[in-house]
Design a protein around this ligand. Structure first.
Ligand SMILES: NCc1[nH]cc(CCC(=O)O)c1CC(=O)O
Length: 312
């Protein structure tokens, strides 16, 4: 291993800093003599806080500025939440590591009421069209309220915005020590997680052999296969980080099981299917499941959401 220093690019949110510091600690433990430094970078997604992300548009809202710093040689690797990483990378950059997944489930936070016992017309805070679509499919009477901001801000909005519940990723809550505010963990087959939810992605320059060699030990192959299949499905559906598409892969032995879901934002129409096969064929399995979902009505649903055609 020939690096003497590694500069990690990260957003400055509490969760992003926790994830970057975890990576720093793992690298320092593995390479005691190497200097590891965090470089905080503000992204578009961090600057625009008063607008639902689906209205901001564009891709890479939480990664673009970090990738630009990497291309300028100012950082050596970036630590991202995989769910925030677009399916395509700028020329010369790529995903080298997918870390072992934290709990991928969505967490339901209320004053003690469970989802099944919510009052008619209950007000639910979430920042994800995916969560909104799945909950409305089950309970069309719910009032979905878009909430933005970091993890702590969104927990606070339960009281501040007089909501009956808020939905966040368990992974972010667990990492930041907020596990005890969780009322209920939603079953992954009821609220299918976001593509890549719970996994971290380490991105670097593809010609930087020394950095690639230094960080590869952090890759967790089963999570990498699952996330590869999920992202292949998202790519074929031409989705970004704010679309009503969900997919979740699990590995048992050498077999990958993938569930995929496409829905109208109000949950009124949806298609869901599963596929299983060799984990090493993750990319093909994800693309194949996407084709099945699109053919089963998903193409029309997404064209209505995108207001444009999806390629055949
Ligand atoms: N941009 C939101 C975001 N990106 C990653 C996580 C959670 C951590 C993870 O999925 O690894 C969250 C918070 C949430 O969805 O509640």
């Amino acid at each position: 291993m020939t690096v003497s220093k590694l500069r990690i690019g990260t957003r400055a949110s509490q969760l992003a800093l926790w994830q970057a510091n975890w990576t720093k600690s793992e690298l320092e433990r593995r390479y005691p003599g190497v200097e590891v430094e965090l470089v905080k970078i503000k992204t578009t997604g961090d600057k625009i806080l008063d607008v639902p992300l689906a209205q901001v548009g564009g891709k890479g809202l939480f990664v673009k500025e970090i990738e630009e710093a990497m291309l300028r040689g100012e950082i050596d690797l970036a630590v991202h939440s995989m769910k925030d990483v677009p399916t395509e990378f700028p020329e010369g950059l790529g995903l080298v590591v997918t870390t072992e997944r934290e709990d991928p489930r969505d967490a339901f936070i209320s004053d003690g009421v469970r989802f099944a016992d919510l009052r008619p017309g209950a007000r639910i805070g979430t920042s994800a069209l995916r969560r909104q679509a799945q909950l409305l499919a089950a309970r069309p009477d719910l009032e979905m309220v878009i909430i933005r901001g970091n993890v702590e801000t969104r927990i606070r909005k339960l009281k501040e915005d007089n909501l009956d519940a808020v939905i966040l990723a368990a992974a972010g809550l667990n990492r930041l020590g907020f596990t005890d505010v969780i009322t209920e963990l939603l079953a992954p087959d009821f609220s299918i997680p976001a593509i890549g939810q719970g996994a971290l992605g380490l991105e670097c320059r593809l010609d930087d052999r020394a950095t690639i060699e230094a960080i590869s030990f952090l890759n967790h192959a089963p999570t990498a296969w699952a996330v590869t299949a999920e992202r292949a499905l998202l790519k074929r559906c031409e989705g970004g980080c704010q679309v009503p598409i969900a997919a979740h892969g699990t590995i048992s032995g050498d077999t990958l099981h993938l569930v995929g879901f496409i829905a109208a934002v109000d949950g009124s129409r949806s298609v869901r299917d599963t596929i299983s096969g060799p984990a090493v064929e993750a990319q093909r399995l994800g693309s194949e499941l996407a084709e099945r979902l699109l053919a089963a009505g998903g193409k029309q649903i997404l064209e209505d959401v995108y207001q444009r055609e999806i390629a055949h």
